[in-house]
Design a protein around this ligand. Structure first.
Ligand code: ADP
Ligand code: ZN
Length: 303
């Protein structure tokens, strides 16, 4: 893969980041713009890569790590499209088809969180692991999973942000903010949920605010569920909300408490500080994940 270059798209609900990177994941050129209509947004992405191909040469692959829900199954008629999303204009948008008709390059298409998981596996906090989870806790909550060395898709792809969580209305009367489920994981613990519950943006809540105990409680309940169901070797918590420095230590302590020594693994019971961790790539996890997907596409795993 030496000397090859790769394209990566981190397609978010609010912004798109397009970049060209080396085999080692270094960015050689990058642009970002707001997510507007699919036509305009994907048109800008295609134009960026066409321009880069003119100056830097052909891309060996393009990786698209995108907000969902989406269809990542190459054998499905709706492969490459965004599925039912509340995001105006994007339901049914043909992301892969649009890029394929603009650029003749192998493409890999996956969720933003599966992409970030792959980037963390290649260059970040999950190197050498075969089964781990990557979560983003930001505007939404989502999880990506690598299981026994492969990104997990199953029927479509996991929606780990929408699991139900125990919700004690006496302790927390906030009904939840998910338009589909109310008080699911995302409805209780996303950045917008924090803002609606406490009346101020999450980043303005001080470290000793009771918001963080409650937030850690919900995240730890989710961690208990996912540890018991996936047996991950590590869990990475990315996105804006875990940037509050008091949160991760609280999540670790509560996760240990809720598991109550049931899972007999030293990684959990003795080394919790290295078990639930922030992304090794920091805010680069998304773009690097798209490069890692592109490398999969170039090596024949993409379509
Ligand atoms: P997105 O999910 O839109 O890609 P982010 O992962 O940055 O973007 O998540 C944005 C959410 O994270 C917002 O709700 C914001 O209030 C919250 N957030 C951003 N920075 C912090 C911070 N330092 N502490 C707590 N919450 C934060
Ligand atoms: Zn939900």
């Amino acid at each position: 893969m030496k000397n090859l270059i790769f394209g990566g798209i981190e397609g978010g609900g609010t912004k798109f980041v397009c970049a060209v990177g080396s085999a080692e994941g270094e960015s050689l050129a990058e642009t970002r713009f707001p997510t507007t209509t699919p036509e305009e947004t994907l048109g800008r992405a295609a134009a960026f890569f066409q321009e880069q191909i003119r100056t830097l040469g052909p891309l060996a692959g393009l990786g698209i790590a995108c907000f969902g829900p989406l269809d990542p199954n190459p054998d499905s008629p709706s492969y490459g499209r965004i599925l039912a999303t509340p995001k105006a204009g994007w339901a049914g948008a043909d992301v892969v088809g649009t890029m394929r008709s603009a650029l003749s390059v192998p493409i890999a298409f996956d969720t933003d969180v599966n992409g970030a998981a792959l980037g963390e596996w290649r260059w970040g906090a999950a190197q050498g692991l075969s089964t781990f989870l990557y979560f983003t806790i930001g505007t939404g909550v989502g999880g990506g999973a690598m299981v026994e060395g492969k990104l997990l898709h199953g029927l479509i792809h996991p929606e780990m942000g929408h699991i139900p969580l125990p919700h004690d209305y006496a302790q927390d009367p906030f009904p939840g903010s998910c338009p589909f489920h109310g008080d699911c994981f995302e409805g209780l613990a996303s950045g917008p949920a924090l803002e609606k519950r406490w009346g101020q943006r999450a980043e303005t809540l001080p470290p000793d605010h009771p918001a963080w105990e409650l937030e850690a409680h919900y995240i730890a309940l989710a961690m208990q569920g996912f540890i018991c169901s996936f047996s991950p070797q590590r869990i990475i918590l990315g996105g804006g909300v875990p940037q509050q420095p008091s949160l991760l230590p609280l999540v670790r302590a509560k996760t240990l408490k809720y598991l109550n020594n049931y899972v007999g693994a030293e990684a959990i019971n003795k080394h919790m500080d290295t078990y639930i961790v922030p992304p090794g790539l920091g805010s680069r996890a998304g773009v690097c994940g798209a490069f890692a997907l592109a490398q999969q596409a170039a090596s024949g795993a993409g379509v």
